[in-house]
Write a protein that binds this ligand. Structure first.
Ligand SMILES: Cc1cc2nc3c(=O)[nH]c(=O)nc-3n(C[C@H](O)[C@H](O)[C@H](O)COP(=O)(O)O)c2cc1C
Length: 470
């Protein structure tokens, strides 16, 4: 699948609208996209952008149905169902990417002095943003100089001028750790920014999947290898049917002002008060398809397609992590889109021994996924699905006893983007809470839930029409 296949499938399913009226890339486009998303509306293909001839695509993952279309899974699946399937597929053997000679991405090659990022209809999203953002639905391909492994990572990218993009690689990310290796070696890091491709590759670029190449992870979900071209400029593998690829290098010593940018938390960071210097991609060559589609996410407070995407990827990654830890009894896992897709997780467990639920809560925050940014974990019994929020709150109301069932962990890794952290701190450390809303396994006299009388229920169902209620 490439982006065009995905768009066609969304259109066939009534999940896409083409906007033919002229729309300004400056604020108007992002405002239309956000308003449509707030109503749970369709993905949008803006075909008539002021000053430009090529389109912009937004709202890819605004509904779980569109996530399902991207994943090639049944369209009525919930985020939990999709994550369960993803976990099953990626926990087994990965399918390595396949190198091909050529692909549509090389239909146009722009190099040297002709490199000009303003050739694309790059949106400006919100009035206080530092500029136009070319990379919102983007991933950066780099190679670890020590291990030779390829890493895909999604980091926002601001168009700084015709030939440079600011790249916000946050401290501690794999991308950051790799860049530091180049710095130590006194070398520039070859890099390729991919905008518009198989939507699964973008999803994979946002995953903190330790050890595996994201190309291979996507292959295993698709059931066939991702097709890649190895660039003669950077030596990096890029998707053969990408829409736009910006190829170049990042000089670890060339930091430039980037931001501010309205974040997925719904807030600006303290960059609003003091702009920070970030790594910068010097673009040497642009590859793009004919009539390239610039893919953009919406930004702003939950729920946007970014939160749906984060909820799915964090749920899937957390679920796989727990499976790998061989914790028995996990029924379902859910990282809520409303928690900005990352801050709160719910896990349903079939308890099998005393302390099992506590083990689950602690395990969540010890996983690779949970140890980064999750602030709250709620554990419920197996009679409640992790995404059944009314029932989760019922459990919090009637099974949870705060003094007994709360654990506060004082220190854990945070995202510096969390606006609840003290603005004068380094914003790298957060506390966490585990709320165990299960009935203690060891209780002999467990609360007895009210249940229907089965015989009466059968009779009522049989006579239902006679009551004349509906
Ligand atoms: C839409 C979107 C935008 C993101 N922007 C950034 C960003 O600007 N900087 C960053 O460090 N992580 C960002 N992330 C999270 C990273 O993509 C994620 O942590 C990923 O695992 C990073 O890859 P790495 O661990 O291989 O470095 C973003 C995620 C999404 C879904």
């Amino acid at each position: 699948m490439d982006l065009r296949d995905f768009i066609a499938r969304c259109e066939a399913a009534g999940e896409l609208k083409r906007v033919k009226a002229e729309v300004d890339w400056n604020l108007e486009l992002s405002h239309v996209a956000k308003l449509v998303e707030e109503k749970g509306g369709p993905a949008l293909l803006f075909e008539n952008i002021k000053d430009y001839n090529s389109p912009v695509f937004t709202g890819a993952f605004g509904t779980s149905r569109r996530l399902a279309i991207a994943l090639g899974m049944p369209e009525d699946y919930s985020i939990c169902d999709l994550a369960r399937e993803w976990t099953k597929k990626t926990i087994s053997e990965l399918i390595p990417a396949q190198e091909v000679e050529d692909g549509p991405v090389t239909e146009n090659v722009v190099e040297g002095n002709d490199v000009d990022l303003t050739m694309f209809p790059v949106p400006k999203f919100y009035p206080l943003d530092g500029g136009r953002y070319i990379g919102t639905a983007v991933f950066l391909v780099v190679r670890d100089p020590e291990t030779g492994k390829i890493n895909l990572g999604t980091y926002r990218m601001q168009m700084l001028d015709e030939k440079h993009c600011g790249v916000q690689i946050l401290p501690g990310k794999r991308g950051d750790r790799i860049l530091k290796k180049y710095k130590k070696m006194g070398k520039k890091m070859p890099a390729a920014a991919v905008i518009g491709c198989d939507p699964l590759l973008f999803l994979a670029g946002t995953l903190m999947q330790a050890g595996a190449s994201e190309y291979d992870v996507v292959g295993s979900v698709r059931g066939e290898p991702a097709e890649i071209i190895v660039s003669d400029l950077t030596g990096l593998p890029i998707p053969a049917s990408a829409e736009i690829v910006l190829e170049g290098e990042i000089d670890p010593d060339d930091l430039r002002p980037e931001g501010p940018f309205g974040e997925y938390t719904g807030y600006y960071t303290d960059e609003l008060y003091q702009v920070k210097k970030k790594p910068c991609l010097a673009v040497k060559r642009i590859l793009h398809r004919n009539n390239p589609i610039l893919w953009a996410t919406s930004v702003g407070r939950p729920v946007t397609d970014v939160h749906m995407l984060l909820s799915f990827t964090r749920t899937a990654a957390l679920w796989s992590d727990l499976e790998r830890m061989r914790i028995p009894g996990i029924q379902s896992v859910y990282v809520l889109p409303e928690s900005a897709g990352r801050f709160w997780a719910i896990v349903s467990v079939k308890q099998m021994y005393p302390g099992h639920s506590a083990q689950v809560g602690n395990a969540v925050i010890a996983t690779t996924t949970g140890s980064y940014g999750i602030k709250g974990v709620i554990v419920v019994d197996d009679d409640i699905a992790a995404d059944d929020i009314p029932r989760v709150f019922w459990a919090l109301a009637v099974r949870y006893n705060p003094l007994r069932d709360t654990e506060i962990i004082k220190r854990g890794r945070s995202t510096p983007l969390d606006p609840s952290l003290d603005p004068d701190s380094n914003k790298l450390i957060t506390s966490r809470i585990i709320m165990d809303a299960t009935i203690p396994y060891e209780w002999e006299k467990k609360p007895v839930e009210i249940k229907f009388d089965e015989a009466t229920l059968a009779k009522v169902r049989e006579r239902w029409k006679e009551y004349g209620i509906d």
